[in-house]
Ligand binder design. Structure first.
Ligand SMILES: [Fe+2]
Length: 347
C-alpha cells in the first residue's frame, strides 16, 4: 500500500510517498518554507523519511533537500548531472530507489535541465518539470535543451502506460494531477509531433525570467543559504522589542539602555530615534569594543526596515553582548507610527 501526500506551495508541488508496510518514505521536490511540514506529515502517518529527492536543479523556488537531509541524516538524491555538491546519492536512468517495499524507478529526462529525472511509483509518475499539466518545462534556463526535451517526452515519458497518473513539480491552476493519456490528447505543447517544429516552438515562447532566479540557482546549486534563511536563523536567537515599548521607554527617559542605529551616517543624520547612537553595521564588529565597552549593557538595535538590525543583533549576541535586542520594525515603521524623530548630525 502506497501512502501519498501532495503539498502545494504557490505553484510548486512537492510529495511525500511512503510504503504502508514498512513505514519508509521519500520526499520529492521539498520547498524550503514547508520544511517542517514534511517531517510533520511523515510523523502523522507513522513514516520514516529515508530519501529526499530533487527531480532537477530548480530555478524558481528554494529547495529544502539540503537542509532536510541534514536534519534527518538521510541522502540527497539527484541525477548524476546535478551540479550541487551536497548531493550524496547520484542516480541515473534505469535505476531504482527502494523505499521499503515501494520502488521509485528513475527515468533520466534531460531537456528542462540536463539533470531532470522522472520517478515512477506504481500507478503514477512524478514528472518534475519535464511534463506539466497542459504544458512542459521551459528550456531557456541554464542547461535547458529543447531537442533533448522532445526526445525525453516522445521517446521515453509519453511511452509509459497511458493510464499512468502524472504528478508534476508545478501547477499554477490548482490542479493536482492528470494522466499520460490526457496529456497526449490535450496538452497543447505535445500536439507538435515533429522534432524541429517542437524545438522552434520552445524557442519562441518568450517567457519572463522567474523571480528570484539568481538566488534560487545560487542556493540550489551550492547548498548556500537564502537571505530569508539567514534572517530566520538570526530571528530565532534574538529577542525583539516593539515600537510602542521603545517609544514608552524613550518618553520616560529610560537611560538603562543604549539605542544603536546601524544604518549609514546620512540616514542617521536625516532622522533618528531620540538618543540613538550611530554605529553602521558595516563597522559593527571592528568598532564594537571601542563604542560599546560595557558588554553587560542592554543594547536596542534598529535599522531602516528591521532586517539588518536582526542580523546585527545576532552578531552582537555572538560577540558576547548578551542583552542585545532588535527593534521589531525599523525607522520606516517608527516614522509611519508618528513616533518622535530627531534630525541633525551625530553628537
Ligand atoms: Fe524547474
Amino acid at each position: 500500500m502506497m501512502l501519498f501526500e501532495q503539498i502545494a506551495t504557490g505553484g510548486c508541488q512537492s510529495y511525500v510517498v511512503g510504503c504502508g508496510e514498512t513505514c519508509a518514505a521519500a520526499v520529492i521536490d521539498p520547498e524550503i518554507s514547508q520544511i517542517d511540514r514534511y517531517s510533520a506529515l511523515a510523523a502523522r502517518d507513522g513514516l520514516h523519511i529515508r530519501f529526499v529527492i530533487d527531480t532537477h536543479t530548480h530555478a524558481d523556488h528554494f529547495s529544502a533537500t539540503h537542509q532536510l537531509a541534514q536534519q534527518l541524516g538521510v541522502p540527497v538524491v539527484m541525477n548524476r548531472a546535478s551540479p550541487a555538491p551536497f548531493v550524496t546519492m547520484r542516480v541515473d536512468d534505469g535505476e531504482m530507489l527502494s523505499v521499503g517495499r515501494l520502488r521509485l524507478q528513475v527515468i533520466h529526462t534531460p531537456g528542462h535541465t540536463r539533470d531532470s529525472i522522472c520517478l515512477v511509483a506504481e500507478d503514477r509518475v512524478f514528472t518534475g518539470d519535464t511534463l506539466l499539466i497542459g504544458a512542459t518545462g521551459r528550456t531557456d534556463l541554464p542547461s535547458g535543451d529543447a531537442g533533448a526535451l522532445y526526445d525525453s517526452l516522445f521517446l521515453r515519458l509519453l511511452r509509459l502506460d497511458p493510464n499512468m497518473k502524472v504528478f508534476p513539480a508545478h501547477d499554477y491552476k490548482g490542479r493536482s494531477h492528470s494522466t499520460i493519456a490526457q496529456e497526449l490528447a490535450q496538452n497543447p505543447r505535445l500536439q507538435t509531433r515533429d522534432r524541429t517544429a517542437f524545438v522552434a516552438m520552445m524557442s519562441n515562447l518568450n517567457l519572463t525570467m522567474p523571480t528570484h532566479i539568481t538566488e534560487a540557482l545560487r542556493t540550489n546549486m551550492s547548498g548556500g543559504k537564502t537571505v530569508a534563511q539567514m534572517l530566520a536563523e538570526a530571528a530565532a536567537i534574538v529577542p525583539f522589542m516593539s515600537l510602542a515599548e521603545l517609544a514608552a521607554r524613550v518618553r520616560a527617559g529610560d537611560e538603562d539602555f543604549i539605542i544603536l542605529d546601524v544604518r549609514e551616517r546620512d540616514a542617521y543624520d536625516a532622522g533618528h530615534i531620540p538618543g540613538a547612537r550611530l554605529l553602521p553595521r558595516g563597522q559593527l564588529e571592528l568598532r564594537a569594543s571601542e563604542d560599546l565597552p560595557d558588554p553587560t549593557r542592554r543594547i536596542l538595535v534598529y535599522c531602516e526596515f528591521g532586517r539588518i538590525s536582526t542580523l546585527a543583533t545576532a552578531t552582537l549576541r555572538a560577540m558576547g553582548f548578551q542583552r542585545a535586542v532588535a527593534l521589531d520594525g525599523g525607522m520606516k515603521a517608527w516614522r509611519e507610527g508618528s513616533y518622535p524623530v530627531n534630525g541633525g548630525k551625530e553628537p
